[in-house]
Structure formats: C-alpha cells, structure tokens
Design a protein around this ligand. Structure first.
Ligand SMILES: O=c1ccn([C@@H]2O[C@H](COP(=O)(O)OP(=O)(O)O[C@H]3O[C@H](CO)[C@@H](O)[C@H](O)[C@H]3O)[C@@H](O)[C@H]2O)c(=O)[nH]1
Length: 479
C-alpha cells in the first residue's frame, strides 16, 4: 500500500497486518519518521516503511527546501500545487521498484485528492487507486462541485444553486474564495484543480475522513457526486482525544510535544486558573491567518468582552508567515495588559491545541473551520465561533451552522467585515451559559459522542475500514 499520512497508516496496519509504504518528499519523510516513532508501538513500526520522492522547490520557482505549505503565502500555494505534479514520475519509479522486488503490485495505492495523477500511475502498473480526502464529505463535495462547475457569475446579493446540492441548500458569493470567484477554467488555479479533480473521479473509490453518523446529508451529497464507493474511516483523531471524557481531564502530558518555544505547561497552568468552560480558544490552523486590521478589531472586541482567551497569533497577511511576532499588530500594550488582568494568554505561532481543547476550562473555539480543528473541537464537545478563511472552510462552516447547529459564524475570509462590537456580541452570545450557547454545547457534546462511537471497535468507521480492505482484496483477484 502507498499513502501519505501516519494515523491512517497505523489504523490500517494494526487491523490488517499489511506492510505499508508511505511515500513523501525527503523533509516530510524526516518529519514522518519522528511522528511514527512517537505514535507507533514498536512492533507495528517495521511494517510501516517510509520512501523518499525527490523534489526540488527551486526548480519550480519556490524558495529552496520548500516541501510543504508551511512557510508559503497563499499566492505561492498554487505554484506549489503545480510543482507537486512533478512527483508523478518518481512515484511511478518507486512503485515499479516495489513491484520488481515483491513480484506483484501493491494491493492498492491510497493517494491524497491533491495527487489526482496517482490514478494514472496505478492504472499503468496494474493496481487499484483510492483517493483520500482529509476533509469531510460535505466540504469536499462543495469544493469539488464549485471548482468543476465554473464560472460563478453570482453577484453580492445572490444566493446560488450548486450542482450536486439540493436546491434548498444555496450558497452565497462570499462563501467562495477570491480565486474561485474569478476562476473560469483558464486561470492558474483552475488549471491545477480541474484535472486533479477529474483524475480523482477516475479512481476506484474514496476514503473520507468522516463518519456516517456525523454528516449523513453531506455523505449522501458526496456519494451522489462522486458516484464511486466511499468508505468513511474517520475522523482520524489521536487516540488520546478519542479516549478523552470530561471526567478524565485534559490530555496534557499524554503525548510528546516537540515544538520549540511553546510550553504546554504554561497553557495548562493558565487554564487551571480559570473556571469551567470560561475560556475562548482562538486559532486559524496551520496555513491561514487574518489581515492586520481584522487582527486589531478582534483584539479590541476580545478586550471589550472581558472573557478569558488563549489566542494563537501568526503574522497577519502581508507579513512573513514565519517572521517574528510584532507588538504593533495589536492595540498598544495589549499582550501585557491581558497578562496583567489574567484575561488573555497570547501564544506565538503554534499551541498545544488538543491539550487546550480537552481542558475543562475551555468553553468555545474561535476557528477557521479546518476539518481537523472542527473534529477535534466537537470530539470534546466544544462549540465553535466560525471564521472560515480558505479552501473548503466556508462549506464546513455552513454545515456546522445550518445542519449541525454547533457554530455561529462571525465573518468570512480576509475581506469579511470585523468590528469590535460584533466580536464582543458574538463572543457573549456563544459563551453565555444559557439559550443559544447551551443548545450549541449540547449539540457539540452529542456529536462528540457520535465520533467516539464511530471510532470504537465495531463502530461504523472501523467497519468501513474493514470493508475497504476486503473490497481491495477481492479486487486483487481482478488484476
Ligand atoms: O497552533 C496550532 C494550530 C494547529 N494545530 C493543529 O494543526 C491541525 C490543523 O488542521 P486543520 O484544522 O484541518 O487546519 P489546516 O491546517 O488549515 O488544514 C488544511 O487541511 C484541512 C484538512 O484537509 C482542511 O480542512 C483545511 O481547510 C486546510 O486549510 C490540527 O490538527 C490542530 O490541532 C495545533 O496543534 N496547534
């Protein structure tokens, strides 16, 4: 088997005993090696192998040593995506080498949706290819349909129908990323996304990082759209979080923490000083950030609300994403004032998110609605203030607000209006202990329960994993 992530590799390996090869570029392999050694039990590790695919970012106009989007601006993402197509040839050689050594093709190639070309490799080498989406069903379906059905001519006042979605479920132009609003099939973004998605639709099926119970409607739409078998094997969350219960306390100390400069203990001590469900946690994930003026209004609204918060701050748009933290992004002496009042803890760049979310003092998550953040938050019953920024985040947010009732949207994107008064109003609405807030918390806890049920032995997601494996085994007879 070939695939790109460690959690899914571990899941499959533990249930089947198969040998799994994870193919990635050299720096990512180095990182995966560390992750595997901290998450694997020793006996399973040798069955998960790592293989390097050569990649030289500077050959494609990217900064040297670029192998992921970590230090790239949004404008550079598309260059990186196009550059990733160059992995097709080395991947083909890698799989050919495995075939030569083993005397038969791998059972299956699992590839991220961003590597649509893996379908061609699989076909030419006589094996099956299954596409893996790290997102949820609803968000992935919307993302695919919107990129495949261009152009979008809606105006600011319009709600419009999206092919594959029921007519009652209309989208608004502000839910489209700025690149999607102007895409017409000839621009640099569509020239990457359209063939990539078309290829993924030629694979043998999809693995989706969600569970049947948590988004039944989204899955119905997704299945109708892709017209291929879909196995819901998620959400793939670390066991420490899946085993967490409110009475078992936060997962602080249960996993290795390797980000220099961040102290999980500091966050823990800070959270311990605050009452149950009183803290707002704010993070925009690993790739996104907001604009300087939005950052300023958010800070002022937070201060006005008087609510305790932990805010993971990354340099705003227009500043070096990996650059130094600068006090002038915030109101004068903001960080010091928040510390003196014990109101806010500001963490620069990266925080121990799972530990914070699972702490009893954390009440609400202000999130960009990346799928992992959404699943992590709901797994521990924490409702969400949504501020979607890019990718499929607006569609995740739409589902969280309209179908699940676990979120309130504050604004959308980098162009979205954010004023301090509105920030304060929404924070108070969601952090209040009654009415809407209470209802959202209850619904978030119910979804958390469903997530845990799905990922239990005999739960729907593990059954889906078994079904996927046996389907692949029976398919092998056909090759
Ligand atoms: O300070 C931080 C910030 C993030 N995280 C972790 O990083 C991950 C972030 O993942 P996610 O919430 O999915 O956000 P992105 O990194 O932005 O994810 C990309 O990939 C997701 C899955 O496909 C998509 O849903 C998003 O739109 C896309 O931006 C989560 O596991 C977080 O726990 C931390 O531990 N500490």
């Amino acid at each position: 088997m070939e695939l790109s992530g460690t959690l899914e590799a571990k899941q499959i390996q533990q249930r089947t005993g198969f040998t799994i090869t994870i193919a990635n570029t050299p720096l990512n392999v180095q990182h995966l090696r560390t992750t595997l050694s901290t998450t694997s039990n020793d006996s399973s590790q040798p069955s998960i192998r790592l293989a390097e695919l050569p990649f030289c970012g500077s050959d494609h106009g990217l900064p040297p040593h670029t192998e992921n989007t970590e230090s790239l601006s949004l404008q550079q993402f598309v260059t990186f995506f196009h550059a990733s197509n160059s992995l097709q040839a080395p991947f083909h050689s890698l799989v050919s080498g495995i075939i030569e050594k083993e005397g038969r093709p791998p059972l299956c190639i699992i590839s991220d949706v961003f590597f649509g070309w893996a379908t061609e490799v699989a076909k030419s080498l006589g094996t099956a290819n299954v596409t893996f989406t790290t997102g949820g069903a609803y968000g992935t379906a919307a993302y695919m349909s919107l990129w495949q059905n261009l152009p979008h001519r809606a105006t600011e006042s319009d709600y419009f129908a999206v092919p594959g979605f029921p007519d009652s479920c209309r989208f608004h132009i502000t839910q489209l990323h700025q690149y999607l609003r102007v895409a017409d099939g000839t621009d640099v973004w569509s020239r990457y996304f359209q063939p990539m998605l078309a290829n993924s639709l030629k694979s043998s099926g999809w693995l989706c990082n969600t569970a049947e119970e948590i988004e039944p409607q989204g899955l119905e739409i997704f299945r109708n759209y892709v017209k291929l078998p879909v196995w819901t094997i998620g959400p793939l969350l670390p066991p420490a979080l899946l085993n967490h219960s409110p009475s078992s306390g936060s997962i602080f100390g249960q996993r290795a923490w390797k980000v220099p400069g961040v102290s999980p203990e500091k966050c823990l001590e800070w959270l311990d000083k605050h009452p149950q469900s009183s803290v707002l946690y704010i993070s925009f994930g690993s790739q996104n950030t907001i604009s300087p003026s939005q950052m300023m209004e958010l800070a002022m609204g937070l201060e006005d609300s008087g609510k305790p918060f932990i805010w993971v701050i990354r340099p705003p748009v227009g500043f070096d994403i990996k650059g130094e933290f600068r006090a002038e992004w915030l109101p004068e002496k903001f960080e010091q004032r928040m510390a003196d009042r014990n109101q806010g803890l500001i963490v620069h760049n990266w925080a121990p998110q799972l530990e914070i979310l699972s702490h009893k003092s954390t009440g609400v998550f202000l999130s960009h609605c990346g799928w992992n953040s959404v699943m992590e938050s709901l797994c521990v019953g924490v409702p969400i203030i949504a501020w979607p920024l890019a990718a499929e985040q607006c569609y995740n947010s739409k589902m969280l607000v309209e179908d699940m009732g676990v979120a309130v949207e504050l604004t959308r994107g980098l162009q979205g209006a954010v004023v301090r008064k509105e920030v304060k109003r929404v924070i108070e609405l969601v952090m209040d202990s009654k009415g809407k807030a209470e209802e959202m918390k209850k619904k978030a806890a119910e979804i958390g329960e469903k997530i845990r049920d799905a990922m239990r032995e005999e739960g729907s997601s593990l059954k889906a994993m078994d079904d996927f494996v046996s389907t692949m085994l029976s398919k092998r007879q056909g090759y």
